[in-house]
Design a protein around this ligand. Structure first.
Ligand SMILES: CSC[C@H]1O[C@H](OP(=O)(O)O)[C@H](O)[C@@H]1O
Length: 380
C-alpha cells in the first residue's frame, strides 16, 4: 500500500486514510474497514458483509475509537437492512459490542430510527435500508465537520494558554483520523498546531497493553510529518517533572453529566500528574460523547478486557479477541487486571473542547445546556 512515512515537511492528509467506507459491488453492499490491529506494519482491509463480522471487528479493535464506532454502528444497521438480515437483532448485537463508548449506541440507535421511520412511512424495506444508509453517511459527514471545528477551537485554546507557540503536547492512546470521520479529536488539535508551525513536540504515550499510541498515533504523526517522540506510559511522570509538557490532550469515550471523563486507561494518572505540575489537562470530544443519561463517573460501565492482552505480546496471528498465539510476557496462568478505560473526575479536567467551543470550568449546567442544544438541532 502507499508509503506510510511522510517526507520531512510533507503532510499526508489523514483524510487519505481509508478508515471506513461503504461500497456496493455486484455481489451486495459491504462495509470496508482498515484493520487497525495490523497497523503499523500492514495496511489490511476487512470486508464486512454482515453485522456479525462488524461486531467482531469492533470487539477486536480492528475498528475503534468513540466517534468512528458511532459511524460504524450506523453503517452496521444499514448493512443488515440492505442485506435483508434482522435489523433489530443486528442493532442489539452492535450496540452491545463494547459498553463504554457512548457514540456506538448513539450511532446504532440513529441508524435504527432512520430505518424504522422509513419503514413505517413507506412499508418498503428497500426504502428503509436506503434511509438507514443515508443516516450513516450523514453521521460520517457530521463527524468530519465536528473534527475540523474541534481542531480550530482546540488550537485557539492552546494559543491562549501558551502564547508564543512552540507547544509541547502529551497525548495518550490514539485520537486521530483512525477514530473519526475526519482528522480525529485530540490528535486533530495537535495536527492543527503542527500545520501552523506551533507544535514543538508531540509526546506519544505508547498506551499499554494494546499500544494504540505506539502503533497508531506514531503512524499518523509520521504520515503528517509531525515532530513526535514515543514514550512508555510510565515515563510520562519524568517528562512533567522536567517541565517538558505544556498541555495534555486526550480524547474521551463517554463524558458523564457531572463532567467525569471515561477514556483509555492511563488517562486518570495523567490528569493527576497534570494537576500536580500545573499543566492544562484538555479533553477533546464531540458533543455526542457527552451522555446526560449517565449521571456521574461511578455510573460509567468500564469495559474489562481479556487478561491475555496484558500477559502476551499480541502478534498479528493472535487476535485481540481469540487470544493465544501471542508471545508470553508473564508465566502461564498469570491473572491480569485489564480495564480498557479509567475515569477522570471533572475537578481534574481543565477544559473540554467540543465542536461547539471550549467548556471551562467543566460544570453539569454547561454540559446539560450543550446537550440540550445538540438535541434541539435536528440531525441531517
Ligand atoms: C476519541 S475516540 C478515541 C478513544 O478511544 C480509545 O479507546 P479504544 O482504543 O479502546 O477504542 C481511547 O479511549 C481514545 O481516547
Amino acid at each position: 500500500m502507499a508509503d506510510q512515512q511522510a517526507r520531512p515537511g510533507e503532510d499526508k492528509r489523514p483524510s487519505e486514510i481509508p478508515v471506513i467506507r461503504w461500497e456496493e459491488p455486484p455481489e451486495g453492499p459491504v462495509l470496508i474497514l482498515l484493520d487497525q490491529t495490523r497497523l503499523p506494519s500492514e495496511e489490511v482491509e476487512l470486508v464486512c458483509t454482515d453485522a456479525s463480522a462488524l461486531v467482531e471487528a469492533i470487539r477486536s479493535l480492528a475498528v475503534r475509537g468513540a466517534p468512528v464506532l458511532g459511524i460504524a454502528g450506523a453503517y452496521g444497521v444499514a448493512l443488515a437492512a440492505a442485506r435483508g438480515f434482522d435489523v433489530d437483532e443486528a442493532a442489539e448485537a452492535l450496540e452491545s459490542a463494547r459498553p463504554t463508548a457512548v457514540n456506538l449506541s448513539l450511532g446504532v440507535r440513529r441508524g435504527l430510527a432512520a430505518y424504522r421511520d422509513a419503514l413505517a412511512a413507506t412499508g418498503d424495506p428497500t426504502a428503509a435500508a436506503t434511509a438507514a444508509l443515508a443516516s450513516a453517511q450523514a453521521l460520517h459527514r457530521e463527524d468530519a465537520e465536528a473534527s475540523a471545528r474541534m481542531a480550530a477551537h482546540g488550537l485557539a485554546l492552546l494559543d491562549e494558554l501558551m502564547p508564543g507557540g512552540g507547544h509541547r503536547v502529551l497525548t495518550h492512546c490514539n485520537t486521530g483520523a483512525l477514530v473519526s470521520g475526519g482528522e480525529g479529536t485530540a490528535f486533530a488539535v495537535a495536527l492543527a498546531a503542527h500545520r501552523v508551525g506551533r507544535l514543538r513536540r508531540l509526546w506519544v504515550d505508547e498506551t499499554r497493553p494494546l499500544l494504540q499510541g505506539a502503533r497508531l498515533t506514531a503512524w499518523e504523526a509520521a504520515r503528517c510529518g509531525m515532530a513526535y517522540t514515543l514514550l512508555t506510559d510510565s515515563a510520562a511522570g519524568s517528562l512533567f517533572a522536567a517541565g517538558e509538557v505544556d498541555a495534555v490532550l486526550i480524547g474521551a469515550d463517554r463524558i458523564a453529566a457531572d463532567g467525569s471523563v471515561a477514556n483509555k486507561v492511563g488517562s486518570y494518572p495523567l490528569a493527576v500528574l497534570a494537576r500536580y505540575h500545573h499543566v492544562p489537562f484538555i479533553v477533546v470530544a464531540p458533543v455526542t460523547t457527552i451522555d446526560p443519561d449517565t449521571p456521574d463517573g461511578a455510573s460509567i460501565e468500564v469495559e474489562q478486557r481479556p487478561g491475555f492482552e496484558v500477559t502476551e505480546i499480541l502478534t498479528p496471528q493472535a487476535t485481540a479477541v481469540g487470544g493465544g498465539g501471542g508471545v508470553p510476557l508473564a508465566p502461564l496462568g498469570t491473572q491480569a487486571y485489564n480495564p480498557a478505560f479509567d475515569v477522570t473526575p471533572p475537578e481534574l479536567v481543565t477544559a473540554i473542547v467540543t465542536e461547539e467551543g471550549v467548556v471551562s470550568p467543566v460544570t453539569p449546567e454547561v454540559l446539560a445546556a450543550l446537550c440540550a442544544k445538540a438535541r434541539a438541532t435536528p440531525a441531517v
